[in-house]
Ligand binder design. Structure first.
Ligand code: IPM
Ligand code: MG
Length: 356
């Protein structure tokens, strides 16, 4: 066996340590079955990193990440670090990490399990056939554009500014990835923008159209973000691959989680130019339930499956984890967010039992 792959484990804040622990153990079991060793190196990020080092993304963490094949992350943030005038914020750790790793595409698949139809507020017939992946641009747009910040006004007021900026290069690479992924699926890309108002969206739409010409086998449609938000609820099965700007993607994927039954179920993979990726559930640190052992670890476990697939070239391990999760749900295991009483640890154990 060649050397063990190193995974940087960044549990973060709130429920982060509980859910990453279950996901780590699922990945270990899966890789061991495939005859491959993995080694986890833990590092600080977010609020806990601020408490210990004063920085949300300490240099020691960047070093661990640089030496790793992939990063498995829990979540960051919490009321303790939430003061509006805070100088350092846990979220800076996550955003800084995405930027430092150069992971510009965030894949968020949504494929609701039929057994969880009751957990959603939508009618079952709306959910039939829903199988989409949202590709959220991750290192540009409103989250990173300059200038940003506050300036005091002469009259005593204050002005705050954020900037939505995209280059053609940034748009082209993420839209191209969306088309490649669509080629392996139902061959449809929905590019979501606000081209009736925003110049950056008009450039986005123009580049998406250009890229689409290189993929004659894939249908491209453009949709404005407001009407796309409505369609996600009224006709979710009509989407295959969605590609969109950073903040639109952030908002639409929380909405899409409603289709699955709980925010706690959705995984994500953040990818850049190479095989190294960042894997995290799409939900936050849930400080209200932290430490109680009741958080749903499925979103993180499925993120670990994506890690195996995209960063460890272990598609078999990914499929084994995904199948075990589906069977665990089919067998009736439900954490509190899904209306049940299964603990975080029992859920993780049930998945590992089904990986055998
Ligand atoms: C997400 C989260 C983050 C984001 C926060 C915690 C900065 O909401 O991953 O969706 O907005 O990207
Ligand atoms: Mg979000």
């Amino acid at each position: 066996m060649s050397g063990a792959a190193t995974i940087a484990l960044l549990p973060g804040d709130g429920i982060g340590p509980e859910i990453t622990d279950e996901a780590r153990r699922c990945l270990e079991v899966g890789m061991a079955r495939a005859g491959r060793a993995v080694r986890f190196t833990e590092a600080l990020i977010g609020g806990r990193a601020i408490d210990v080092t004063g920085s949300a993304l300490p240099p020691a963490t960047v070093e661990v990440v640089d030496g790793a094949a992939a990063v498995l992350l829990g979540a960051v943030g919490g009321p303790k670090w939430d003061a509006p005038d805070a100088k350092v914020r846990p979220e800076q750790g996550l955003l800084g990490l995405r930027k430092a790793m150069g992971v510009w595409a965030n894949l968020r698949p949504v494929a609701p399990l039929p057994e969880l139809a009751d957990a959603t507020p939508l009618k079952a017939e709306r959910l039939a056939g829903v199988d989409l992946v949202c590709i959220r641009e991750l290192t540009g747009g409103l989250y990173f554009g300059e200038p940003k910040g506050r300036t005091a006004l002469d009259g005593g007021g204050v002005r705050a500014v954020d900037t939505l900026v995209y280059t053609d290069v940034e748009i082209r690479r993420v839209v191209t990835l969306a088309f490649r992924i669509a080629e392996g699926r139902r061959r449809k890309v929905t590019s979501i923008d606000k081209a009736n108002v925003l110049e950056s969206s008009r450039l986005w739409r123009q580049i998406a159209t250009e890229v689409g010409r290189d993929f004659p086998g894939v249908t491209l449609e453009h949709q404005l973000v407001d009407s796309a938000a409505m369609r996600l609820i009224t006709a979710p099965a009509s989407f295959d691959v969605i590609v969109t700007e950073n903040m639109f993607g952030d908002i639409l994927t929380d909405e899409a989680a409603v289709l699955a039954g709980s925010l706690g179920l959705l995984p994500s993979a953040s990818l850049g130019d190479g095989p190294r990726g960042l894997y995290e559930p799409i939900h936050g640190s849930a400080p209200d339930i932290a430490g109680q052992g009741i958080a749903n670890p499925i979103g993180t476990i499925l993120s670990a499956a994506m890690l195996a697939r995209h960063s460890l070239d272990a598609d078999d391990v990914a499929r084994r984890i995904e199948a075990a999760v589906a069977r665990t749900i089919a067998d009736g295991y439900r954490t509190a967010d899904l209306g049940g009483a299964t603990s975080t640890a029992a859920m993780g154990a049930a998945v590992r039992e089904r990986m055998a």
